[in-house]
Design a protein around this ligand. Structure first.
Ligand code: ZN
Length: 204
């Protein structure tokens, strides 16, 4: 099983629960409708990888930088930066046909994470930044989310048990795009302007 680090300890997520379409500007950039209910999909543990790949199965992957929350005792206890990697072309085809997204979202290497650190007192202050080769591509925070962490937790509890170590990817702000080989990705999570945790990857 794949693991992540939380305050220096190895944790094994049983699943990664992802919220889709949580920032209005990102919904508009993909031409999607604003959902009536929170959009949720899962990635399996096997999607977690330490390596950033620009392609899989001949298709260029797209990045989505996200604030990721780690569960302990049924609550959000940790926070980290994550990349939700997507086969956008395949996802569009699947969406058009009304088919599930797993082939476009749940493949090996589809989820990358920084280390996790304890959450600050106020989750609504969290924000993320993603730079590619030193230039800001994505910036956003809980203040512009449709569903904030407390609401996400309440919605998920209605139908799924969050085990210790499970990860919740909270959606991506505008600025998603393709990954090019050799690009350096640097993601960070901030609270009230202070960097809590960061990570970097070079695309292969
Ligand atoms: Zn996402």
């Amino acid at each position: 099983m794949q693991t992540v680090n939380f305050s220096g300890k190895r944790v094994t997520p049983s699943k990664i629960v992802c919220v889709g379409r949580n920032y209005v500007a990102h919904i508009q950039e993909l031409g999607n409708d604003i959902p009536e209910d929170m959009v949720v999909f899962n990635k399996p543990n096997s999607a977690i990888s330490p390596e950033l790949h620009s392609q899989t199965d001949g298709e260029t992957l797209h990045y989505e930088g996200e604030i990721v929350l780690l569960v302990q005792g049924g609550e959000f206890a940790g926070v980290g930066f994550g990349l939700d990697l997507t086969r956008r072309e395949l996802q569009s085809t699947l969406k058009q046909k009304g088919l599930p997204w797993e082939r476009a979202k749940a493949f090996d290497g589809a989820a990358l994470f920084s280390e996790f650190v304890p959450v600050p007192a106020d989750l609504d202050q969290l924000a993320l930044q993603l730079e590619v080769d030193g230039k800001t591509r994505q910036a956003g925070g809980v203040d512009t989310m449709i569903y904030r962490p407390a609401t996400i937790l309440a919605e998920l509890r209605k139908f799924t048990t969050l085990e210790d170590g499970d990860l919740v990817m909270t959606g991506t702000p505008a600025g998603v795009g393709p990954i090019c080989r050799g690009e350096r990705f640097e993601g960070r999570i901030l609270s009230q302007g202070t960097v809590l945790v960061s990570a970097s990857w070079v695309a292969r």
